[in-house]
Design a protein around this ligand. Structure first.
Ligand code: S3P
Length: 172
């Protein structure tokens, strides 16, 4: 199936571990459009992984790169775009996100932590107490995710297939 009529683009927001990349890729396939991952696009352009960008340029440098790439991608029709968990924080990014159809993928703290606790690619969680850090980020970001979302989808329960079907229905 190939719709190629997805304008504006679909943008997935939500915490690390919410399933933005996994569900985004599956949703794009279901809709017959291209999938783009914002983090991956930043890494591709830099030529180094995210932890290295944080090491060299700090979070501030990473956020500048994130805004630059986001501003390009939001104007593209016929894509599903997965963002990084913190891409919703900057006011200018919040404006950019309004150009797309925004889906918030929601999950509980325990579920998020279970999904990402073994990963090493997330510099913000390289702290003494990563779960506490994740909780702080969730508390701070939750109202922003909810405010920006056109569609909210719970991902703690249910499989990828069902979630994708529900999202497709909500979008078309
Ligand atoms: C971040 C989330 C990451 C990545 C970076 C910062 C965040 O993306 O952009 O490590 O601030 O929550 P994921 O949400 O894909 O893990």
């Amino acid at each position: 199936e190939n719709n190629k009529n997805l304008s504006p683009c679909v943008i997935l927001i939500g915490m690390m571990g919410a399933g933005k990349t996994t569900i985004g890729r599956a949703l794009a396939r279901e809709l017959g459009v291209e999938f783009v991952d914002l983090d991956h696009e930043i890494v591709r352009r830099c030529g180094v992984e995210i932890p290295i960008i944080f090491d060299i340029e700090g979070e501030e440098g990473f956020r500048k790169r994130e805004t630059a790439v986001l501003s390009e991608l939001v104007t593209q029709p016929n894509i599903v775009l997965a963002t990084g968990g913190g891409a919703i924080m900057a006011a200018c990014n919040q404006e950019l996100l309004k150009k797309g159809k925004v889906i918030y993928l929601k999950a509980s703290l325990d579920e998020l932590f279970a999904r990402i606790s073994k990963d090493t690619g997330r510099p913000l969680l390289q702290t003494e107490n990563p779960k506490q850090k994740l909780e702080q980020l969730l508390t701070l970001r939750m109202p922003i995710y909810e405010r920006l979302a056109n569609i909210t989808m719970e991902t703690s329960t249910g499989n990828i297939h069902t979630t994708v079907k529900q999202l497709k229905k909500a979008l078309l």
